[in-house]
Design a protein around this ligand. Structure first.
Ligand SMILES: Nc1ncnc2c1ncn2[C@@H]1O[C@H](COP(=O)(O)OP(=O)(O)O)[C@@H](O)[C@H]1O
Ligand SMILES: [Mg+2]
Length: 148
């Protein structure tokens, strides 16, 4: 990072970090948050930092800007590395479209009642998608067993 004269707010932040306290900085875009992080990284060059970005471009830009003691990664890449290979390998499995899933389980169209009393027909495709969505919701939940 290029050397700039820190503002009072940036100096305050540096001092608070030096005190060992946990710090949260909330400021408008362009207010100097990233620059402040850079100052912190340079001042505490023997410490290690972790910069988490939402996307790859931002992580790559941070990697160029920050000193070597700061790891710059996306949230997803950190999660990916921490996940069992047996699970991440499954991310590359081909996706089964809803109508094929329905066919494989022998699911045909179903008529279901609605709250206004009229029946509505769900196609095999829609039933397949309901099954896949339900399984997905279960996988992202903390439940031990799927509910009906
Ligand atoms: N103390 C300072 N003096 C002068 N310019 C500064 C200072 N701090 C930050 N800047 C400049 O302000 C601009 C925005 O800073 P940046 O850290 O990217 O803001 P943010 O991350 O909050 O969006 C950058 O061009 C940066 O170089
Ligand atoms: Mg920024």
């Amino acid at each position: 990072m290029k050397t700039i004269k820190p503002t009072n707010e940036q100096l305050d932040t540096l001092e608070t970090v030096a005190s060992g306290a946990t710090v949260k900085v909330k400021a408008y875009a362009g207010a100097g948050k990233t620059s402040t992080l850079g100052m912190i990284a340079e001042r505490f060059s023997t410490k290690r930092g972790q910069y988490l970005a939402f996307n790859k471009d931002i992580a790559a830009e941070a990697k160029r800007k920050f000193p070597r003691n700061v790891m710059c990664q996306t949230v997803h890449s950190v999660a990916f590395r921490a996940t069992d290979k047996a699970l991440t390998a499954r991310l590359n499995l081909p996706k089964e479209p809803p109508h094929l899933l329905a066919a494989r389980y022998g699911l045909g169209p179903v008529r279901v009642p609605t709250i206004i009393g009229k029946n509505v027909e769900l196609s095999a495709f829609q039933v397949g998608r309901l099954a896949a969505d339900g399984a997905g919701r279960f996988c992202r939940s903390a439940q031990d067993e799927p509910e009906a």
